[in-house]
Design a protein around this ligand. Sequence first.
Ligand code: NDP
Length: 402
Amino acid sequence: MSKVLVIGAGGVGSVAVHKMAMNPEIFSHISLASRTKSKCDAIAESVKPRTNVDIDTYGLDADDVAATTALLNSIKPALVVNLALPYQDLNIMEACLAAGVHYMDTANYEPLDVAKFEYHWQWAYQDRFKEAGLTALLGSGFDPGVTSVFTTYLKKHHFDRIDTLDILDCNGGDHGQAFATNFNPEINIREVTAVARHWENGDWVETPPMSVKQSFDFEAVGPKNMYLMYHEEIESLKTHLPEIKRIRFWMTFGDAYITHLNVLQAVGMTRIDPVMYEGKEIIPLQFLKAVLPEPASLGPTTKGKTNIGCIATGLGKDGKEKTLYIYNICDHEDAYAETGNQAVSYTTGVPAMIGAAMLVTGKWTGAGVWNMEQFDPDPFMDMLNAHGLPWQVKELDGPLQF
Ligand code: NDP
């Protein structure tokens, strides 16, 4: 039984709050704060008839450390679940330290002016969280999040040693729009247009954005083109599981998405440096976000499934070389029926609820800053099965041929 404060009333925040309210034996009281209070109120109004749970709502600029600290001191939650944007991570961690509250998020800190997905800013808080006796859990979404837990689950139960790991993120959903992103467009486009990096034999290997393409046949979706990308869990996995010689991350994109993105890039609409417009500085990518559909609005029209998982090759516990594929399939329409949000928000919001449950029930404890793969995967994996993201493991004939 624990009090939590969720910050961020987007699609992910909405799913996490709905799922927390469905588990009142774990979350005794839920507060929701975000920049626009009316968005918090709309979520509270959707939660009430579904669960009969009341959510307290607050307007908050989480970049204002003093205001966040004051809110924490008045609510006195056991845990802050940060589901705002990566830019807010450090400010919310500061407020948690000031108010003596545990911290959790789903995406690593990024500075506004440069698209860099790196953990060092948040890992630098290690000593301060340890000294304060507080826990900070980083990256409890699907990727990062479940993909790291999948990896440690395979290592714990199936492998003596993992040699290669490929993370495959497929969204086979169709939202019926010419161009839209399934989570925050600014973060999504910054991620997709960044230089691709993967980990191989103790070093980073860089390739131009979206330049390495493979086709893969995803169960329940079919064959899709997927592209090599950098993703933040590569950095934490290579740090905490240094035996893995190669770690790659792949994400699927349709041809129409790539064509739109290429045009937007070519005309400068994805720039994140300021541009003067009618005497005022604007950031083109932020303007683009303002004209694109809100990810939360895609829920009613999105059909199809997501399939996200990990393929690991290594030395099995039976002494034989093997390749295992562990994955979850999630249906957009089912996710919408249950929480009013499509599957990309659902596959992030459910693990956010589960990560919060791990902390408030004491299944995962310890002072300091932690990544997902540092904890016992089993209680988290059990909750995935029980709360809407069932997973399966299958053995492949051999390692990936690419
Ligand atoms: P949205 O843009 O839909 O929602 C973000 C919310 O945060 C909005 O309600 C926004 O308010 C609020 N917010 C922004 N700035 C502030 C601020 N300064 N103070 C208070 N609130 C603020 O994003 P999503 O819900 O799609 O994503 C949420 C997070 O989840 C992101 O960090 C994203 O990177 C992460 N994510 C992680 C994934 C994973 O698998 N690990 C996958 C997908 C997303 P307003 O509405 O007023 O703008």
